[in-house]
Design a protein around this ligand. Structure first.
Ligand SMILES: [Zn+2]
Length: 165
């Protein structure tokens, strides 16, 4: 048994995490208190956490992608039979549910798409480039050029409209 330095409750050794810096090789704070402190720190430093996550995701984009693909595949392999049986057993129910949900999903997708077009956000620009230049991985530079071209075209269209009125 060991007493937590934070909540001062005596708990089983297994309730303490590993820390080789200490003589007994265990954290001084129990797992529960450690978790709570971690959460408090996160809440207080949410901007730091977000900035770090963003940096990390950008820095290790390829590694993350590969790892995710790998774990997705493993996950799929592990569950495929279960999913298949589940699907067979509940086919009608699931089809009905999907049919009911489809208009809502479509509406959401259309909404997102409209916003992307309006704001000339990356997915829309990428899509335009894909259609015109047959490249799926455009450079930032090309994307910026296309963005400006579309802006000019839109501006011209608006001008024309006001002139014709
Ligand atoms: Zn504690």
């Amino acid at each position: 048994m060991k007493t937590c330095t934070k909540c001062h409750i005596e708990k089983d050794e297994s309730e303490f995490g590993v820390n080789r810096a200490y003589k007994d090789g265990k954290q001084r704070m129990c797992r529960e208190c450690g978790k709570a402190r971690c959460q408090t720190w996160r809440d207080k430093n949410i901007h730091k956490v977000r900035a770090y996550t963003k940096y990390y995701n950008e820095q290790f984009r390829e590694e993350i992608r590969i790892k995710r693909k790998d774990s997705d595949r493993k996950y799929y392999q592990k569950n495929k039979d279960r999913w298949h049986n589940d699907w067979i057993n509940n086919k009608d129910k699931k089809t009905a549910y999907r049919k009911k949900r489809q208009p809502i999903i479509n509406e959401k997708q259309n909404d997102r798409r409209r916003k992307q077009i309006e704001q000339l956000s990356d997915p829309y620009i990428k899509d335009r480039i894909k259609r015109s230049y047959k490249t799926t991985d455009p450079s930032e530079h090309l994307m910026e050029i296309i963005r400006v071209i579309i802006k000019i075209k839109r501006y011209a269209k608006e001008k024309k409209k006001t002139v014709n009125q």
